[in-house]
Design a protein around this ligand. Structure first.
Ligand code: PLP
Length: 497
């Protein structure tokens, strides 16, 4: 039976999976959600023997039911290939009593590659299935990692163009260099004078602009989104939680049906929502531990039931989590509101006008599987240093936020028996300066690339290709604009009057 998707804000908008992927965002500004969450039809014993690609098929076929087996397998095989530097795609590394699920072995060394290496294939396939003749323009706001991963995924893909907006002073030097050196005539990278939330709001505004959509259509273009609100990003992220569980079982770390905890360093709430979906598919996950940095709006939400973005925006050493509006949380709100689009729409309206909303006690009860906490900047650095000194294993700043919250969780709950997977979302090479500074202040005097070499030496890890590439790469994108100039910049790039 075909699984349909509806908007979180309007029960009457109903589309297929491929249409949801093409649209990105629903007409009413809501997010697409499956009408029911599917369950896996393979046992853990069966999953234990599967490759990453085979696991991906078992998970994704349950969500993308209007794709044929051949279409889906072609997408999977084109995505999870030698762009990843390990055949395992997402290896597990044990360190200091936890299992780090390394999600950074793709071409841009952050976990965004897990979904963005397949999204272009899903999108092109979806366009073909729906007889779309226009070129697809991917419009994306990034806090640093999505941008590069999307650029790498869409560069030179026929029938697509990609425009990325990033906060000019809100990403790491390596992140910025990775983006502005992007090749491909269909790519366009723009720095904005503003923060990530402003970039994201600007992009959402362009998506909602009917007049602009008409102008674009006349020129043979239509917009889509590669942001984590696209269901084509969310679904591939469920795969690695299923895969990690099956691997822990295959390796004898856990017994049959043994429950595990999952810790996720969280920004837009996409990654942890994928873990929640994995749990609903039948993977025995006990606690979903949501880790925030000093932008701890989610921690406050889980403790009080009030989501309140009215606060100072902090620039931290984990910039990909510097977010005050966690877009994907809307999918969870919709669910705990009893899949009630009208009720969810009211909350989102309140968020839009007052910057906050409060869920009901009955809704809050349904969040019992979640645990939220946060890690300060100082604690983040400490976690990196401690783990390195204890084990030699070097984690990045985002992952360290998760490690810090995991330690707080252990202290709060004494739940030391449950095996725990920590989502390791970026290579330490992507945030070299912050990582090395955490290990020893003496590194502060070195240049970015001296730090890269030193990190490789002290951590005994090979420098990833993604870093070697940008040492000498030429800067190709120099456009910088104000937030309110974003629509104009888009039209100029597309040559639309
Ligand atoms: C995007 C990102 C996150 C946050 O993930 P969400 O799905 O937005 O919650 C965490 N760490 C890194 C390195 C990222 O790139």
């Amino acid at each position: 039976m075909e699984l349909m998707y509806t908007s979180t804000r309007n029960a009457n908008e109903k589309v297929t999976a491929s249409q949801a992927i093409l649209k990105g965002l629903a007409e009413d500004g809501g997010l697409f959600v499956p009408e029911q969450l599917p369950t896996l039809d393979k046992t853990v014993d069966e999953l234990a023997g599967m490759t990453y690609q085979e696991t991906a098929y078992e998970v994704m076929k349950k969500f993308l039911t209007d794709f044929t087996e051949e279409e889906l397998k072609n997408c999977i095989n084109a995505a999870y290939d030698s762009k990843f530097d390990t055949e395992e795609i997402a290896p597990l590394v044990q360190a200091d009593g936890a299992y780090y699920l390394e999600l950074f072995h793709g071409s841009t060394i952050a976990f965004k590659d897990m979904a963005l290496s397949i999204l272009p294939h899903l999108m092109i396939t979806s366009a073909r299935k729906n007889q779309v003749k226009n070129d697809i323009v991917i419009l994306t706001a990034t806090s640093g990692d999505t941008g590069k991963a999307a650029l790498a995924g869409f560069a030179d893909v026929k029938g697509t163009k990609i425009i990325v907006f990033y906060p000019k002073n809100g990403v790491s030097p390596i992140q910025e260099k990775q983006m502005v050196t992007q090749k491909g005539d269909n790519t366009f990278v723009v720095g904005i004078h503003g923060n990530f939330d402003q970039a994201q709001t600007g992009v959402k505004k362009i998506f909602g602009d009917k007049e602009m959509a008409a102008e674009l259509a006349a020129a043979g273009y239509q917009f889509s989104s590669a942001n984590s609100i696209n269901i084509g990003r969310l679904v591939p992220q469920i795969v690695y939680y299923v895969y990690a569980y099956a691997k822990l079982y295959a390796n004898g770390v856990i017994g049959k049906d043994e429950r595990i905890n999952v810790v996720v360093p969280t920004g837009n709430f996409g990654n942890i929502l994928a873990a929640f979906y994995a749990k609903n598919m039948g993977i025995p996950i006990a606690k979903l531990i949501c880790a925030s940095n000093e932008n701890k709006v989610l921690y406050d939400f889980f403790t009080t039931g009030t989501y309140d973005k009215n606060r100072e925006f902090m620039l931290t050493s984990s910039p990909s989590m510097d977010i005050l509006i966690s877009s994907n949380l809307e999918r969870l709100i919709y669910r705990i509101a009893g899949n009630d689009a009208a009720k969810n729409a009211d909350f989102m309206k309140a968020l839009n006008t007052n910057g906050k909303y409060e869920i009901t006690p009955a809704m809050k009860e349904q969040l019992a599987d979640f645990y939220g906490n946060y890690t300060s900047e100082e604690e983040t650095a400490e976690e990196i240093r401690n783990l390195y000194e204890k084990t030699g294993y070097i984690i990045d700043t985002h992952t360290a936020v998760a490690t810090g919250v995991y330690h707080k969780y252990l202290k709060d709950t004494k739940d030391t028996d449950t095996k725990t997977v920590i989502a390791s979302t970026a290579s330490p090479f992507k945030f070299t300066r912050s990582v090395m500074d955490a290990i020893d202040k003496k590194y502060d005097a070195m240049t970015d690339f001296e730090l890269v070499d030193e990190l490789s030496k002290i951590g005994n890890v090979k420098i990833p290709n993604a870093i070697e590439e940008i040492r000498t790469a030429e800067v190709r994108h120099k456009t910088v604009c104000e937030v309110d100039e974003m629509p104009k910049v888009v039209k100029e790039f597309l040559n639309v009057k």
